[in-house]
Each structure stands twice: as C-alpha cells, then as structure tokens.
Design a protein around this ligand. Structure first.
Ligand code: NAD
Ligand code: GLY
Length: 348
C-alpha cells in the first residue's frame, strides 16, 4: 500500500529591500528587536524612534562570531516563549551578519517559522548577509553548518549606521562588494575602479548595485543549487587562511580579499582571466587597505585543507574562478599541479 502526498506548491517569498534613510516601520503585532550591546549602545535609540508596534521587546545576545551558537539561539527563543510570542509576531535583526544570521535562524524554527526583518548595520551585512535568506549558526564542526533558508519579510538598509563602523570592518564589506562585481557585473566593477566609497553618496550607489546583483542571483537560485555558489568566489582559499590563522588575524572579508587575489592568479594561469584584469582587481582591493597576500607555511597542507572544508564533497574541490571581469566559472576538474604552482608563489 502506498499513500502519496502531493506537495508541489509555488511559494512567493518575494520581498523588498529599502536602501535609504530609515523612516517609520509600522508593525501591527508583537515585535522583538534582537541585537548586541555594541549596536544597541550606538544605534538602538535611533531605531526605537522609528519602529511602531503593538508590543516591543529588546533581546540582546553577546557580540562576536564566537557567540553565533546554540546558546545565543536559546537566549532568543526563551525570551520569545517568556513573552508569549505567537506565529504572527515579528523579529527584527538589528546588527551585523552575525545577528542577522542568528535571528533569521531563530525565526525559521520558532513555532516552525515566523517572520523577521533585517536591519543590517555593517557594510558586509548591508551588501551581502542581509540579502538572500541564508540563516544559521556555528557549532564545533564548523561555521554556518546549522541553518535554514528563511527569507526576511523586508530589509531596511540605512547607510547612516555605517558612520560608526571601524575602518577594518568597512574594508571587509568592500571586499564583498568587489566579489559581487567581479563575478557578475563588469560595469559595476568599472564603477568601483573610479569610485571613492568613503563618499556617502557613492557608497549608497555601490550598496544599491551590490544588493541588486545579489538579488538577481538569489532570484535565479534561491537554495544554492548552482549559480548562487559563485558568490563563494575567493572563499575556498579564505576558509583555509581563516582556519590556519585561527580566525584571529583576518576579518572574514579580509581573508576573502586574499582569497580572490589567489583565485585570480589561478584564473590567469588557466587562461580564464588576463593578468591586466587580475591587476585591476588587486588595485581596487588595495585602495581600501585590504590585505592581498599571505605566506603559506606548507603548500601541500594548504592544498589538503581544501578537502577538510565541511561543505566540500569528499573527493572534489570546486574552484570558483572569474571568467574575465563580470563572469564566473565553477570548476571541479582543475589539476592539482596547477593549484600547487599558484600556491607555491605564496610559499614562505
Ligand atoms: P559582525 O556581525 O560580527 O559585525 C562586526 C562587528 O561590528 C561586531 O563587533 C558588531 O557588533 C559591530 N558593529 C555592527 N554594526 C556596527 C556599527 N554600525 N558600528 C560599529 N560597530 C558595528 O560581522 P559582519 O561582518 O557584519 O558579518 C559576518 C557574519 O555574516 C559571519 O557570521 C558570516 O558567516 C555572515 N555572513 C552571512 C551571509 C549570508 O548570506 N547569510 C553572507 C556573508 C556573511
Ligand atoms: N554570501 C553568499 C550567499 O549568500 O550565497
């Protein structure tokens, strides 16, 4: 005997991303703003002037990637239960990518899923993490290995928050902007070459173009079955660098900057990119003081570490390489000798 459940359905997860000074956000329900003490200290009063709701609670979790864990998720969930949040209630993620990812994940599992809104406050989260519905947390096995795709109901990007962002955090966000342009949008990259992102108006334009680029990718491949993986350009190398340096030396975006430069070298070697194009990317990264080189202590160990990445399949590594500027290729048949030859250039 066999019982069939027909569950084919079209779900409309569409939402809007507002890139402008935050105005009123009227919400006719119970709302919790989830943030950390740093962001709350800097910007919570600004947000509270703008959020109107039936009942409003503030939940804080400790600041830092090391707190992107089950304990913080439990803190959020327990607070929701204590305040009797129901399936119509709404969470607001107010902070950088760590807060955004965790709040999205908490929203995805609380009573099997409630709505949430992203109000990102770092450049990285404004141009990348708040868009596209990837949510999650870390555990002992690695970063972001637990999570869900859960799209926000809306994203409010107010560049005003960036006025308090430390310089290195700003640079880390620029790296993700460059990533978006190199992989998908040549015209955007050309814009970046002459742009001064320290100018507020220019920055707002770059945020807009970056978000539009990512939105186009997510619209084609929401659950990362293919194309969306191209947004991991530079990350294969970055993850090894972050691991080798125990996540202490580089911010994620900084490691991505180095990773993109190494990926470009490999792309040049394989004839996908011209040396002059790789140099153009290098120049933009250097303009924002991003690190662009790294001393590899042991090339073979570095290579083998690709296979330890929990997200890679056991036997193959997929390299995401630019195909010129504005194009991208995902290749899983690159010869080890070619990769080693590039890594040797960074050998200590
Ligand atoms: P973060 O959230 O740790 O923020 C960096 C630091 O800046 C923190 O100390 C934070 O409190 C502080 N901060 C936040 N806003 C500030 C402001 N306006 N002024 C001053 N300080 C401020 O780091 P991040 O770079 O925003 O995000 C990194 C996280 O994002 C990682 O956990 C990564 O896995 C995740 N991420 C997710 C996606 C996705 O698609 N979901 C994409 C990229 C990265
Ligand atoms: N940051 C990569 C993605 O959202 O897919």
């Amino acid at each position: 005997m066999q019982v069939h459940i027909p569950l084919k359905q079209v779900i409309d997860n569409s939402y809007d991303i507002f890139i402008e000074q935050l105005s009123q956000i009227p919400l006719e329900t119970k709302v919790a703003i989830v943030t950390n003490p740093k962001v709350a200290g800097l910007h919570l009063s600004y947000l509270l002037e703008r959020v109107k709701s039936k009942e409003l609670y503030i939940i804080t979790v400790p600041d830092g990637e090391e707190y992107k864990n089950q304990q913080s998720i439990d803190t959020i969930l327990e607070s929701l239960f204590n305040h009797k949040f129901n399936r119509k209630s709404i969470l607001i993620a107010f902070g950088g990518g760590v807060i955004g990812d965790m709040v999205g994940y908490a929203a995805s599992i609380y009573q099997r899923g409630i709505d949430f809104i992203q109000i990102p406050t770092t450049l990285l989260s404004q141009v990348d993490a708040s868009v596209g519905g990837k949510t999650g947390m870390n555990n002992n096995y690695g970063k972001n290995l637990i999570g869900a795709f859960h799209q926000p109901k809306a994203v409010y990007i107010d560049p005003y928050f960036l006025s308090t962002l430390p310089g290195r955090e700003f640079g880390a966000g620029v790296a993700e902007i460059v990533k978006m342009a190199v992989t998908f949008n040549e015209e955007f990259f050309t814009f970046l070459e002459s742009a001064n992102l320290h100018d507020t108006k220019v920055l707002q334009e770059a945020i807009k173009r970056s978000v539009q680029t990512k939105a186009d990718v997510v619209a084609q491949d929401e659950k990362e079955r293919g194309l969306r993986a191209a947004l991991n350009y530079g990350h294969t190398f970055a993850h090894v660098i972050e691991n080798e340096t125990q996540y202490k030396t580089y911010l994620h975006g900084e490691a991505v900057a180095i990773g993109m430069v190494i990926a470009n070298k490999l792309a040049v070697k394989l004839g996908l990119m011209q040396e002059s194009e790789a140099n153009r990317v290098l120049k933009v990264l250097q303009k924002y003081n991003l690190p662009t080189t790294y001393e590899i202590a042991d090339v073979e160990n570095f290579y083998q570490a690709f296979f330890l990445d929990k997200k890679s399949s056991d036997a193959t590594i997929t390299f995401i390489l630019p195909d010129g500027i504005g194009g991208v290729k995902m290749l899983d048949d690159i010869q080890k000798e070619d990769v080693i030859a590039v890594l040797e250039e960074y050998s200590a």
